[in-house]
Design a binder for this molecule. Sequence first.
Ligand SMILES: [Zn+2]
Length: 422
Amino acid sequence: MALVPPHGGKGLVCCLLQGAELAAEQKKAEGLKKIDISPRAKGDLIMMGIGGFSPLNGFMSKADWKSVCENFTLADDTFWPVPVTLDMDEEVKVGEEIALFDPKKGVYMATMKVTEVYEMTEADKKWECEKVYKGQGEESADDKFWEIAPKDHPGVQMVMAQKKYNVAGPVKVLSEGDYRDRFPGCYMTPAEARKTFEEKGWSKVAALQLRNPMHRSHEFLAKIAVEVCDGVFIHSLVGNLKPGDIPAEVRIKCIDTLIDKYFVKANVVQGGYPLDMRYAGPREGLLHATFRQNYGVSDMLIGRDHAGVGDFYGLFEAQEIFDRIPKNLGAGKDLVTQPMKIDWTFYCYKCDGMASLRTCPHGKEDRVVLSGTKLRKALSEGAPVADHFGRDEVLDILREYYSSLTEKVEIKMQSHAAATKM
Ligand SMILES: [Zn+2]
């Protein structure tokens, strides 16, 4: 048995140059028109560089953008769930080569051959938001969405703040950023992850997506996956999050500790991936599965409120969307990685252990309902944390982090997290 193939039927499409070719292209970049890019675009470029976004080899054309929003496919019918576009103020010319520059770090990230420039009007951006970011939760209800989203939905804010033009074309990536230095042994390319899994003899690999500290529910999900797959890949976002979220360094230390104390190490691999959160809710869940296929993952764990934002989405919408995506698109074009759907999980005193709504017959008064948001709120306020909410070793690391903060962090509670509607 082999690992799942990379998405798109073209193998791993890696746009990162190496060796002499890289040195020559870096020199060339210095002579090209320099365009500053956003942190989101930087993450996208690194993913294209390392094959994480296979089969994409550049930013999307208008036809691809439109088809992705409308049909969940690129213009050639290959499945793809979210737009990967590059916005710019300055109108560049078709045929021109430009250099994409990270102004924060002062690094040339890529060169790009412009194949298309298309204007994004306010109406186009709104259309993209409605197609991609609007969900079935109460805050997405028709009259409410445009009232609430511009203030409270970071994904919508990002799209609406985009510049006047989208520029499409293939890229040559010049840098992986500093992730390899910042997260040694954890940051991994798809090829490196595949090699690790192959050396372990794994073919059925589950992934747990994390952007919050790993608490008991995550541990339970990962362990369910270990029981039915060859192993689990605990894969954290190491790109940017919103203010108030816990930095990747702290989250990774928590996972290291958990693996050390509570897992059979042979059955777990920890990794980090270089993207920022897009805050695209259920569509982002699909993106998580799509790029995980490139990492060799066959089963994507999707629990309650996966990639949720406020109350814009239903609690299980990220599971349901997998049933609505187009299928039988042709050789290599379908999403092969499947969702592993897990119901609401919690610690139950009567069951005397972790359980889910599918296994526990008891009432909500017997359950400790776990949510990352609730945990962060308690820790940031120095409040006690309910028993069985997280492992003591993890809570100690988090308490240490919060006590090191000089500014108090305000945690906005979602009504999902605040309520115990079970
Ligand atoms: Zn129970």
